[in-house]
Design a protein around this ligand. Sequence first.
Ligand code: NAD
Length: 504
Amino acid sequence: MTDILEAPASTKQITHWIGGRSVAGTSGRKGAVYNPATGRQSGEVDFATVEEVDAAVRAAKDAFVEWRQMSLAKRAELFFRIRELIHERKEEAAKLLVAEHGKVLSDAIGEVTRGLEVIEYCCGLPTLLKSEFSEQASTGIDVYSIRQPLGVVAGITPFNFPAMVPMWMWAPAIACGNTFVLKPSEKDPSASNWTAELLKEAGLPDGVFNVVHGDKVAVDAVLEHPDIAAVSYVGSTPIAKYVYETATAKGKRCQALGGAKNHMIVLPDADIDMAADAAVSAAYGSAGERCMAISQVIAVGDVATPLIDAIKERIPKLKVGDGMDPSSEMGPLVTKEHRDRVASYVENAPGEGAEVLVDGRDGVSGDGFFLRPSLIDNVAPGMKAYEDEIFGPVLGITRADSYDEAVALINANPYGNGTAIFTRDGGVARRFQFDVQVGMVGINVPIPVPVAYYSFGGWKASLFGDRHVYGPEGIEFYTRGKVVTSRWPDPATSTVDLGFPQTR
Ligand code: NAD
């Protein structure tokens, strides 16, 4: 466990994890891993070949034979051990996230804690996998349903939650009796190897959890592999669509979560300070690199001026710095390319007719991939700053004359991941929950990520597939149903009967 943390930066090699051990890549293709706070390369990660993905799938397929037979009681016991180990080492995991993603330590601990909630939910797997039984459905006949694992399943994950999003997938998948192949983001891959070592230490049999690193070659090998029954994907919308279309064309079950453009409506009756606190926290937390970040505030009526003033007042007080500095509230962006792309939206906003009120490029120095928070007013549909998912610390303000106009803007947006409304009017809030075409809705809550016993997922271009992740829908996704009809008649009563069986 500690070797990942303590290896000298220049020599840190991140390998695959197949069949319960580290396996060095053979392709010769590698990706550079950076410390975003310093801008220096900290390691390199192997990129898998098709054969290496195949080796991971074979290890998972072999392990499935025994894993699916392990009793629910033993599996649950193992999950409790996994839960305890991750809980004890939360900070160790969080430091890995800070080192490769750049988020601040408190935020990284929050990420691991929210992932842990999913593992805690899975500790109840005997209850989650309980089915139905109908005694005497017909005379002398009982009918019952059972849910069984799919086999080898795979997860493909993004850079922004390198520990939590994989936990959304591997925990319910393994709890349900599947074996797992993870292809994490190549930008911050170490958390996956840390997880693999921890699962082994907890007693998970070799081959149940495997990691292959890489890029499109590895992803395509996963999508093409005939022995992978299901694929969970989280990442940007174009790749989500590609993964969903390719996986389902190959007969796999697939859930592919995409990007977002989350709007927060502030109505004239809202508490201005509370709404400003929420907008600043949800827009700039984790440098805006959250799929549930608020990127667009819709200020309704005359709330715009006091709200903007309150947001502007808060921005200069935010401490931007290295995530390991306990006083930092916002860290750098994940790569230089991404930082420059995010900055380009601020650069181009005035040319599109918007007004930059706070320019996050000001006061940035050094080699780290930093950008300070930006605030842009009068951002409107048709502008790139409105249409694109910026995925950085840039908050746009749109003005609307009415609640109806505000909701129409959200419903016209191609994305439908998260949204929020700030108001003191319960009736309007309830109407919003009914009207809005979005999967996760916050009422005076800016980042409404569901607790682990509900399921997470957006609508429209934010999710391809029909099952959300974790919670009850996660259990459904990673299992398939079987219905058994049974009778134990006296053989002496047996006759030939060609009629269609009737349930009387
Ligand atoms: P990304 O789409 O670039 O990468 C995600 C995964 O896809 C990675 O494992 C990557 O290696 C792989 N990938 C990248 N390009 C590929 C290609 N051409 N072919 C096949 N595979 C490819 O996303 P990212 O930049 O790592 O993450 C940020 C994105 O993820 C944002 O759009 C964000 O909204 C989204 N996201 C969504 C959710 C959600 O729950 N909806 C959660 C987190 C992040």
